[in-house]
Design a protein around this ligand. Structure first.
Ligand SMILES: [Zn+2]
Length: 403
């Protein structure tokens, strides 16, 4: 029997921040209380820290080795506190089994695989010297291949991913969107749709979405595919989708975030459900340090600490059908993040070049899965800039912090 005691911190539990120790026994939360006297094998000093459920990132690319876009999640977990990583359709049916056997089953973090509707997945991304969309040829939308992948890997497909922007599917939306709907219904999993450059229009995309589906890159700035109109109003089709239970996922990335769109939406009471990063080899280190880059951005834009923590833990846990992972309660798995707010002068840029200045940053002092510490990584990040993004003016990594 192994016990770990997190002493002297503030626990984020049941939606509140309360002064509480946290006792973990054999990978499970065994006690919460202001002063747990029980002796433990290991004591972690959590003074001035928040002990939160491990963060859940609903949009990442962690299929390393086989896909150039993929990074090793274990290397980033310690600095961001993210213990559950949704791989958002890096693999299609053509390479899905490798994601399970070589990444999910060998990682310290939890990996939750969403499969790409395109048979080739994102094999093209960042690899070819010219951009080629995974569904420019609609015959790559092979639902029978996904059914076969599901038979060969029972229970492993947790969602369907479709990139519904012109760079990914040209003008094939009218044929591939119904197929994405069909296969998500058939497997009874959420459909995550990336939005971006039009076509298709946001109206066309949302017309295919039902309760539990996920709209990712929801605050991107590109006209036509954006959730706001030219005057900054949230479009009626998006309000209707939210009403039906469609979830808004940030998917920050490189080209997919506009501070202005975020602010316009927040002013109109439209908040994201999940603060995801879209971290991958083309943005790790810059502009995405970890999922905390996204969490502290929403803190800077006016959400409270409990608001942002809920959107990085409990809400995304519900979206992936694992509510047990997003809570810190006696009996829940001890996936934990020890976080600390640090005051300073910071800034970050969005995809349009807008700079946001802010004064509170979040640091992670330790990430634990099932009560076991995930060690920090040595060496540089696995940053691999995309040949075509570089050509179109994306910037090299740079120091994000203003001294
Ligand atoms: Zn992505």
């Amino acid at each position: 029997m192994t016990t770990v005691l997190f002493r002297g911190g503030t626990a984020y539990t049941k939606g509140e921040l309360i002064r509480s120790d946290v006792l973990v026994r054999d990978g499970v939360v065994a006690g919460l209380g202001p002063s747990i006297g029980e002796p433990a094998d290991e004591v972690v000093d959590a003074t001035d820290c928040i002990v939160s459920p491990g963060l859940i990132d609903t949009h990442t690319h962690v299929y390393h080795g086989a896909f150039r876009l993929g990074i090793r999640a274990d290397r980033i977990a310690a600095r961001g506190g993210t213990t559950t990583w949704v791989d958002a359709g890096t693999a299609g049916a053509g390479a899905f089994q490798g994601l399970i056997q070589q990444v999910k089953e060998t990682s310290r973090v939890r990996v939750v695989p969403f499969i790409n509707l395109s048979f080739m997945g994102l094999a093209n991304a960042g690899l070819m010297t010219r951009e080629v969309g995974e569904l420019w040829d609609a015959s790559y939308a092979d639902v029978r291949a996904i059914l076969r992948a599901n038979e060969e890997n029972p229970g492993e497909i947790k969602g369907i991913k479709l990139r519904a922007s012109s760079n990914a599917l040209a003008d094939n939306a009218s044929s591939v969107l119904p197929q994405a709907r069909f296969i998500a219904d058939e497997l009874d999993v959420p459909l995550m749709v990336h939005i971006g450059m039009s076509p298709p229009t946001i109206e066309e995309v949302t017309s295919h979405l039902v309760e539990g589906d996920i709209l990712t890159h929801c605050f991107h700035p590109h006209a036509g595919g954006r959730i706001t109109d030219r005057d900054g109003r949230v479009r009626p089709c998006v309000r209707d989708a939210i009403e039906r239970g469609v979830r808004l996922d940030v998917g920050h990335g490189v080209a997919s975030i506009s501070h202005r769109v975020v602010m316009q939406c927040l002013e109109q009471g439209v908040l994201p459900d999940s603060l995801s990063s879209d971290i991958h080899a083309e943005n790790v280190g810059w502009p995405i340090r970890s999922q905390l880059t996204v969490v502290e951005m929403f803190l800077a834009l006016g959400l409270s600490l409990t608001d942002v923590l809920e959107r990085a833990t409990a809400k995304p846990a519900g979206m992936i059908g694992r509510p047990d992972l997003g809570v810190l309660e006696v009996g829940s798995p001890a996936d934990l993040a020890v976080l600390r707010l640090v005051e300073g002068e910071y800034e970050k840029q969005d995809s349009t070049g807008h700079t946001l200045a802010f004064t509170q940053r979040l640091e992670c002092l330790g990430a634990y899965r099932d009560g076991v510490l995930i060690p920090p990584a040595d060496g540089p990040d696995e940053f691999r800039p995309s040949p075509w993004l570089t050509r179109f003016g994306a910037m090299p990594p740079q120091e994000e912090e203003k001294k």
